[in-house]
Design a protein around this ligand. Structure first.
Ligand SMILES: [Mn+2]
Length: 194
């Protein structure tokens, strides 16, 4: 049986705890749904919109990823908008479906390191047609999805502990090491072992 270790960590910029980033993880039918969302700005308004988005995702996470993001676009139309990445992992096969729009980083660390690119635009404002893509995670692959409060360009030599730490340790470590300090920072980590 494949093993999955995952964690979502969030560090609001403001000490009051209001955060324009949000995320969600849900397990169902031996699948793991995850979302990382970054509402534009980091004020009280951004926090309120993040809560609206979180509620929408809780009500819709079982749907097709592309339909979720299109539905979200309609749901928050007229707001400042948001960036989001949605992933769905089939635990048995290791198949990872993903879609995303906006300025979020998606990386895989493992035998082959790669970056997966969200589409252009802003959800709720103006966005390109979302693409839903698939990859297969290999044994020991690590998926990282994080908001732009975290530097997008650190390399393995900057964080070699990634292969030995738990998902929770990595999420906290990435936030503390690569936080820009000017925005909310959210990091989702998933480790996959066949
Ligand atoms: Mn941001």
């Amino acid at each position: 049986m494949p093993e999955v270790d995952y964690y979502l960590a969030k560090m609001p910029l403001l000490s009051a705890g209001e955060c324009g980033d949000t995320g969600l993880i849900k397990e169902f039918d031996n699948k793991i749904f995850s979302a990382v969302v970054d509402v534009l700005g980091h004020s009280k308004n951004a926090h309120q919109l993040a809560q609206v988005i979180e509620k929408f995702l809780k009500e819709n996470f079982r749907k097709d990823l592309k339909d979720i993001i299109l539905g979200l676009h309609e749901h928050i139309k007229g707001s400042v908008g948001a960036a989001a990445v949605l992933c769905l992992l089939d635990v048995d096969s290791g198949q990872l479906e993903y879609t995303g729009i906006g300025n979020l980083t998606i990386r895989i660390f493992g035998l082959a390191n790669k970056r997966l690119l969200p589409g252009d635009g802003v959800i709720g404002y103006t966005m390109t047609s979302p693409k839903q893509e698939k990859i297969i995670l290999a044994h020991n692959d690590i998926l990282l999805v994080h908001s732009d409060g975290i530097k997008a360009h650190f390399e393995l030599k900057d964080y070699p502990e990634i292969f030995t730490q738990s998902a929770k340790e990595i999420a906290a470590g990435v936030i503390s090491n690569f936080n820009k300090g000017i925005d909310d920072a959210t990091c989702f980590v998933l480790k996959y072992r066949k």
